[in-house]
Design a binder for this molecule. Structure first.
Ligand SMILES: *Cc1c(COP(=O)(O)O)cnc(C)c1O
Length: 341
């Protein structure tokens, strides 16, 4: 298979249309059999449920080339399961997990020419999503839905190495107690746009959201979970019902314990504790880990001992181990790597 003529090391994190995407429609209480299509456009009613009342959820995962030349994805069944949870919370029909995996397989195979080569740092980002598609004007769930999955090549998240970022404690909330913070819903992102635009305007890279009920506990950023490293070498991650359960974070906690022999804790983390941590990182599919060098709380600067030049040593070790597992340089736990071809 001939690869597309793309400057893999210099593409950004943006949308590039690829050849094929998967579509399945839900109508009269059932999903159709689904198919690949070349049509990159969605045509729906002006009154579609998604357009009026934001009934939509999504996922994000990557396909990439391993050291031995296979095209693989990382733990896609966790994305399939999380999309079931998201759909149920939004009163949408569940897209079956085995069919989700099949759609991943088909889309990656059909766009294999867009999967960046090993070592380029680039990946083929996969975006499964579903939305209410029939007209809805009185507030209620739609009756018809569309599931789609497209692929777009994305560049290395950090060009020239991961430099620590500066984040601020945010005065806006991302998620309410008993709300939708734990599912991957577009609505959680819509309401975070004002806060992130404002953070960027003020010179910060990201927002740290605290729990909205008490504003004393650390939750996450707009699109990534936190991990912290204590001065005595424990890896700590916040536990909360209003955090999106990141697959990267869950994998890193496993790697810390089982590969690096570290003590790990998933528990409530008070904002007060932050000055005592040695390292801090943000975890998500796109960057795996972004090191955080500094947190600013209304003018008060909290600087991690790892500094603003490099990833902290434990963060680096976690990053190298997980990316080593993903790329096939380190043996993966059973079932983590799904070979596409
Ligand atoms: C997608 C997402 C993450 C990261 O999850 P991964 O499964 O690691 O990609 C973290 N927080 C939020 C709010 C998200 O939407």
């Amino acid at each position: 298979m001939e690869k597309k003529n793309i400057d893999w090391s210099n593409i950004g994190f943006g949308y590039m249309q690829t050849d094929k995407r998967y579509v399945s429609n839900y109508k009269n209480g059932a999903w159709d059999e689904g198919m690949l299509t070349e049509d990159a456009n969605v045509v729906i009613s002006e009154c579609a449920g998604v357009l009026q009342y934001a009934q939509t959820c999504f996922e994000g995962l990557k396909a990439y080339t391993t050291e031995d030349g296979h095209i693989v994805t990382f733990r896609p069944e966790l994305n399939a399961k999380r999309m079931v949870d998201s759909a149920q919370r939004l009163c949408m029909p569940v897209f079956p997990e085995d069919r989700f995996i099949d759609a991943v397989q088909k889309v990656v195979e059909a766009n294999a020419a867009y999967v960046p080569p090993y070592g380029s740092g680039a990946t083929l980002y996969l975006r499964p999503y579903m939305f209410g598609s029939n007209p809805v004007i009185g507030v209620k769930p739609a009756d018809e839905y569309q599931f789609r999955l497209f692929a777009t090549p994305v560049g290395p998240y950090f060009k020239g190495g991961a430099k620590p970022i500066t984040i601020r404690v945010c005065d806006y909330d991302r998620a309410a107690p008993h709300g939708t913070g734990h599912i991957k819903a577009g609505l959680n992102y819509a309401m975070s746009l004002y806060a992130i635009t404002d953070a960027h305007a003020q010179g910060y890279d990201e927002n740290m959201y605290l729990d909205s009920a008490t504003r004393t506990k650390i939750e996450e950023t707009g699109g990534a979970n936190f991990i912290f490293v204590t001065k005595d070498g424990k890896v700590v991650t916040p536990k909360s019902d209003t955090i999106l359960p990141s697959i990267t974070r869950r994998s890193l906690m496993y790697v810390a314990k089982e590969y690096l022999g570290m003590e790990v804790e998933e528990r409530e983390v008070l904002f007060e504790e932050i000055k005592d941590f040695a390292e801090c990182g943000l975890c998500g599919t796109a960057a795996v880990i972004s090191p955080v060098g500094k947190v600013v709380n209304h003018g008060e600067e909290i600087c991690f001992p790892s500094g603003m030049d490099d990833m902290g040593p434990v963060t680096k070790k976690l990053y190298d181990t997980l990316t080593g597992i993903q790329m096939g340089r380190i043996e993966a736990p059973e079932g983590w790597i799904k070979v596409i071809k």
